[in-house]
Design a binder for this molecule. Sequence first.
Ligand code: ARG
Ligand code: ZN
Length: 867
Amino acid sequence: MPRDDGSIHLSDYRAPAWRIVHADLEFDLDAGATEVTAHLRLQPDPEQPDAPLRLDGEDLQLLDLRIDGAPLPSDAYRVDAAGLHIEGLDGACTLTSRVRIRPIANMRLEGLYASRGALFTQCEAEGFRRITWFVDRPDVMPTWRITLRAERAQYPVLLANGNPVEAGDLGDGRHFATWHNPHPTPAYLFAVVAGDFGCVESRLARADGREVALAVWAAHEDVPRCRYALGAVERALRWDEERFGRVYDLDVFNVVAAQDFTMGAMENKGLNIFNARYVLADEDTATDADYMGIESVVGHEYFHNWSGNRVTLRDWFQLSLKEGLTVFRDQEFTSDLHSRAVKRIEDVRLLRARQFAEDAGSLAHPVRPPSYREINNFYTLTIYEKGAEIVRMLHTLLGEARFRVGMDLYFARNDGRAATVEDFLAAHAEASGRDLSQFARWYAQAGTPHVEVKDDFDADGGTYTLEIAQRTPPTPGQPDKAPLHLPLRFALYDAEGRRLKVDPRADDGSGDRIELTAARHRLRFHGLPSRPLPAFNQGFCAPVKLAYDYTPSQLGLLARCERDPFNRWDALQRLATGVLLEHFTDAAAAGAALLAALGDLIDDEGQDPAFAAECLLLPDFDTLAEAVPSIDVDALIGARNDLLDRIALEHVERLDRRYHALAAAAAGGLEPAAMSARRLRNVCLDLLTRLDPGAALAQAQFDAARSMTDRLGALRCLVHHDAPGRQAALDAFAGRYATDPLVTDKWIALVASRPHPDALLDVRDLFATQLWTPTNPNRVRAVLGSLSRMNPLAFHAPGGEGYALLAESLPELDGINPQVAARLLAGFESWRRLAGARRNRVEAVLQGLEGRLSSPDSLEMLARLRA
Ligand code: ARG
Ligand code: ZN
């Protein structure tokens, strides 16, 4: 229950006074007015006798209410804005309610809503209460029977959770379908879909010998673009059987694509509903990155069937228990199927650019927050990505075999239960015999830990000493931090880059990994011939900011000799960061070392081209902003541009040669080698276009492109480097894909992220066209998300025009879809560290929003930003 100020606290948790053991629902579906009849089998908690029955409900029009079939007199219950209260019930009973809801008027896309003539649901986190009266909390887990009735012509396909049991005609142009979900399932996983869809389907034998019918559904014209997603479902199902021993548990698994969808996708039991952008793909409309995104999100939602659905959450504070764990699982899925090194680099890039910023800004919160006002505000990079890093550290601490035993125990013990982070850690502690009590702090403490390493070499005795200190900076509400338990891998190299055998008698470690638990550790190695070169945090096994005073030539050596590919990439990122931020005393030597290393990579045909591409991409604006105490926007953007120009100038011939040499490989299809080639080729093209005002190469690639990856890569170069052919190319692209909202989002995102002050005018122009559809979350993100998150130059325009532009649209968006508005507001999360007048400009803009926003989502965000 909320406290008086509207906040909900983990420490206030109480088991539900009433449980629903079975829910039998009937829907008379219609976009204008849907009637929902719910028969709920209720059971009181014997520990809380006499507790009144409180059911959640919002925007429901009550038509009828009965207990065990008898109408409830109007003085026996009370309805307010949040729910329905009934007192004086004496024990288990069946409550039957009938309500009317209006899907067509539902712009929030929470509960039951209409989109392009079809009906969809989104219930996580608290959307089910907008469908019917219910005890809408994840620890209430009935079994379900769902009957859908609708006009056959408009809604020929009727889908719900679980297995299909019955379907037929109702005679009057209407038909029905009944579904049964035998697994105890909380309301946030409820789903129905009704509409005119087609599908691609296949059958797969499960590991237990039974068969499952898989189907991916979309609007008829989009069905040919569902094949890849279906293949991804098949791969995910197999992978979870093999890697985690998790077998699917229904006869059917359905995925449906929705063009109007607030988030990425949703793991509803047996009926996943997806943002169409994570389903639809073909070579003409999807980039390689889109394909990879689809596979990983399909995997993510599928894996939730065990980590989230079979084992669900006791309360929303445990959100990372399913999300962090499931992100870890989807990361491993991608790593097992594709390049593990490149996947790790991509994930760490995202973590550093976005999660570290969140953890250092006004919105910082622990992976398990102690309180919230609106849970929808906590679907964050911290809950998801940092949560996954915690699971990854556990995996590192325990090793794959013991981690698997711990996972098996966790699933076995908590199957059909609503679990907590403690249950997760207890299973791993028991399976491994390890004490994880200090490790649990990772869930409670916000902020990115700083690990600082200093070293000393005593040439006389050949003794090498590492002094390692950890410290976590203060975050809102948490001024003091305790030391964390974390694994830190390391290796020592000699001056030629040969790996040194670490002295097993090292005082505090064993082999190449130590576990930090205290604020300071000292490690000693004896008998070394000369001062070694240390390398740390291989594979980024701990999500920390690690500082060690490397020289440029040491980083150059590490970029060549480190055995761990992630760390080779990271050495170059460190070198580039040091050059960009002028950290090295010998700036000339640092620049030269970086240029030499990058030159080798461009030429190196033995290296995975995707890896080389990652190395050529400098740390982005957000990552650099995280590396400095105060954010000087112009200096960071300027330094980045200068260095990119320098790299292009120095290596123009190499880049040109490699660009052309990769042409044949890049012409392939979706095989990894072709994708890799296109990735490096498009990075080369971007650098080359910097030097070529005519952008002939980019224009040629655009004109000849056979894949969306190459077409969009070239268009991006033309638009972002202000090539003469920019407008014509944009028009051609826009015309070709005018009827495809997902591809239209792509060109809009390019325009809104163009690093030019005029991008603000372009966005204003967009507002005045039909293309601006504030009810469609993908479009809003393509315009305003791209501007605020992908375009630091325009967003941080010195006069504050970018901030004002974003803020201007928020009141309207907040009235339509509060989750979308609140998320855009988070684009201001780092405002307190902005240097110069920008900080004041954001402050004024935030102040100006006061009183103009109304949703709990946006009000909570605004309050936290301004606190
Ligand atoms: N559980 C979904 C996923 O991670 C996300 C749902 C987000 N819902 C929300 N209201 N924020 O796969
Ligand atoms: Zn998830």
